[in-house]
Every structure is written in C-alpha cells, then in structure tokens.
Design a binder for this molecule. Structure first.
Ligand SMILES: *Cc1c(COP(=O)(O)O)cnc(C)c1O
Ligand SMILES: [Zn+2]
Length: 424
C-alpha cells in the first residue's frame, strides 16, 4: 500500500519547497506548509477499477496520501457509509440528500480517525517515540487509541471542561491526559511551546501537513460512493477549518487524475454561533476572520482562532458556497431531527451541520433537486450532556402485564395529542 507520490512540502504562500519532515510553517514567510504531489505520475497509475479492488478502508487512496512506506496504524479506518437520507430529505425539501456518516468511523467514532491514521503512521516513519496533540475531544480519543496500538508513548492536552464521554474516551486507553483550564486556543498555544521544547510528534502541530491529508479521504470516499461523481453541494462543520479545505482538495485531485470527469461542487461551512469566526467572515465578505472567545456547547468545533480559517473562507467563496451558523438550541434540534428521521445519533458538531443545512435550504441557497451531502463527523454517544434535557425520560412500570396495559393507553393518548398538535 506504500506510495511515494508525495514529493515534499510546499509553502501555501510563497511556494518554497521543503523535504518531508516534521515541520508545518515556512521559515521565510510563516505560511503553512502543505504536502505536494506528483499528480502526473499518480494519473498514470490510478484507476477506478484498481481502487475498487482494494480493501474497504481509507488506504485504498494510498497514492494521494503522504506515506513513504506502508501504514502501520489505522488499517481499518475509513470507508464509512454514505447513506441516502430520504426521510430527512423530505423534511428539508431536498430530492437527493446523502449523509456521509463518520459517526461510525473506526476505531473512535469520528472523522479524526482518518487524520490520526496518517499522522501516527508518519510519526513512526520519522522515528518518534512519543506522540501528542491539543484536542477539543475527538482528536484526543483517536490519538490515544491509535498510539496504544502502535506502541507509542502518548500525551493528550485538552480543555479541562470537556464532555465526560470525550474525557473518558481518552483516559480509558491509559495514556497521559493533561486538562488545561480555559479554552482550546490556550491549549494549542501551550502545545506549540511543548512541541518545540520536547521534540514530540504533535499530530496537529508539527505533523499538521501530514495529518491534514488524512481528511481528504472523506472527500475521496464521497465521490467514489456517488458512483465516481462529485456532489453539487456539501456541508461541512468547521473547527480549525482543515476538513473543509481538504474535501475541496480531494475533489480537485480526483478531477486532475481523471477519476471523476467534472466537478462544480459548492462547499458550505457550518459553525455554532457561539464560536463562528469563519462563518462571520464569510457573511461579512471579509477575507480574514477575527478570532473570538468560544461560548457554545459544540465543544468539538469550538476553536476561536482557527489555523486554516483563512483558507476555509477562500474555499467557500471560490466554490460558490457559503457559511452559516446556528445557536445551541438550533443545534440540539438538528441532532434530534437527524435522529428521528434517519436513525443516526450524531454529536453537537453534527447537530450544527444538520441545522445549518436546514437554514441554507430555507435561504434558497441550495437548489431542491440537486445532490447534497451532509458531513456527519462525530458520534452522539460522546456528547449526551447536550441532549440530556431535550429527550423524554422513559416510562417506568412494575414488571406486570396489567401495568403495561394501562401505560399503553396513556402512550396512545399522548401520541394522538402530539399528532393533533403537529397537524395544527
Ligand atoms: C475536529 C472536528 C471537526 C472539524 O475539524 P477541522 O479542524 O475544521 O478540520 C468537525 N467535526 C468534529 C466532530 C470534529 O471533531
Ligand atoms: Zn513561505
């Protein structure tokens, strides 16, 4: 599976080239570095048939990933379901709606398993013994899980006030977990200093160029699963703004290498209003975002100073898409809407994405008969706090048939009333 089509790193601003090494900013202009591929060479070796003949995981796109050898972690990650969402589509008035469901990604139930699979495989290639990350929750879950499997020492740095499910979902792996008071942006700043001083592999700092490439497979899979076609519209939650840029890159590189024939995908970014530096910039027509102090229950995407915010804004604008945000109350409704129509339980970020999609349709930005993909990036079982008071408590009875007969009457009456209310 090893592929050597990544030539090196390239500065996104000044274009200077760097060797493949654990660096992420340009020494000359401080621009971010990105992996640079030889697409002519890739075009000669890839084909739809070849990719389809490979294992059902993200490494079926190995030519587009920056490893020199075979991956050593995350071998089962990716190739999550793309499900046709007829009932949600009906509610939203969309004829061809799809859910790309990374809530069931392997091994830790979020899209972060993709980026970590690449980052830790690369950390092994570079010879690191200790891996780490700054996390809003899901990244920590995945780095911890995959570090344990790879036999790497592991430190996870997170805001101390994350959801229970996210904290336990990291601590359970027996790695070193450090809670930091304050929000993610402080955690990230501290981690940059630690990376410099300790020389560890931080998945989303010094390995960021490699890490970010893993996100592309989310976009690759959407195209393949649509029958080697790019969707007309894709809605993506944004934290640091990396995933949204990489979905765009994935579609463009499939086009460049002949795996899809055309693309006019409009890309939309979703944030919570309580932390919406990127969508605020898009809505105001700014090229640059203003950092904010996060205040939202959508903690996994609560990054006030997004590393790729500038490029995320550009991606939305150039694709003809848009950015929108929703309140915490709206995101909870989004979680419930997806659950009751499609049977998918997503976390707060997914609630944001569903609620933003609803808003975009209401604004008339998405045509009702074109293909739409909603990106579901995380699992609801990790953020149950968000919906604790928004779901009904179970009816409790004795283990007696007569008790149930009484209850069932009550339930039927309740349903009738609810129907009457819904009918107006
Ligand atoms: C990290 C994360 C995102 C977005 O990540 P980017 O930093 O924008 O790439 C989206 N959803 C969930 C659930 C996440 O954990
Ligand atoms: Zn540069």
């Amino acid at each position: 599976m090893g592929a050597k089509y990544a030539k090196g790193l390239k500065c996104r601003e000044c274009g200077r080239n760097y060797e493949k090494k654990p660096v992420h900013v340009c020494e000359f202009c401080f621009g971010p570095l990105e992996v640079d591929y030889d697409y002519d060479a890739i075009k000669k070796v890839v084909s739809r048939e070849k990719i389809q003949s490979r294992g059902k995981n993200m490494w079926r796109y190995a030519e587009f990933l920056p490893l020199d050898g075979d991956p050593v972690v995350g071998l089962n990650t990716g190739m999550t379901p793309l499900v046709r969402a007829r009932r949600l589509g009906e509610e939203l008035g969309l004829k061809e709606l799809w859910i790309k469901n990374d809530a069931v990604n392997y091994p830790t139930l979020s899209f972060k398993d993709r980026v970590v699979s690449v980052a830790l495989s690369k950390a092994k290639e570079f010879g690191f013994k200790t891996v780490a990350c700054a996390t809003t929750g899901n990244l920590g879950n995945s780095v911890a899980s995959q570090a344990v499997r790879a036999g790497l020492e592991c430190y996870i740095f997170m805001p101390a006030n994350l959801e229970q499910g996210k904290i336990i979902g990291t601590s359970i792996f027996g790695v070193h977990v450090v809670g930091i008071s304050g929000n993610y942006d402080g955690v990230n700043r501290l981690c940059s200093e630690i990376a410099g001083k300790f020389g560890w592999a931080f998945a989303n700092i010094n390995l960021r160029p490699f890490y970010a490439e893993g996100s592309k497979t989310f976009g690759h899979e959407i195209c393949e699963q649509l029958g080697w076609k790019a969707p007309k519209h894709v809605i993506v939650p944004m934290a640091g703004g990396s995933l949204i840029c990489k979905i765009d890159k994935a579609i463009k590189e499939f086009l460049k290498t002949g795996l899809i024939e055309c693309s006019d995908t409009k890309i939309y970014g979703a944030q919570a209003t309580g932390c919406s530096p990127i969508t605020t910039a898009v809505k105001n027509g700014w090229e640059l975002f203003k950092p904010v102090k996060p205040d939202t229950i959508a903690r996994s995407i609560a990054i006030g100073n997004p590393a790729d915010g500038f490029y995320a804004i550009k991606t939305m604008r150039e694709s003809g898409g848009w950015g929108e945000d929703v309140t915490d109350a709206e995101l909870v409704e989004g979680i419930k809407l997806l659950a009751r129509t499609e049977g998918i339980f997503t976390e707060t970020a997914g609630g944001v994405t569903v609620a933003v999609t609803k808003k975009l349709v209401e604004q008339g930005r998405i045509a009702k008969d074109e293909s739409v993909v909603i990106s579901i990036t995380g699992n609801g079982l990790k953020t149950t706090e968000a919906v604790l008071t928004a779901v009904p408590r179970p009816d409790v009875i004795e283990a007696k048939l007569s008790d149930f007969e009484v209850l069932v009457e009550k339930i039927r009456e309740r349903d009738k009333k609810a129907e009457a209310v819904a009918a107006g």
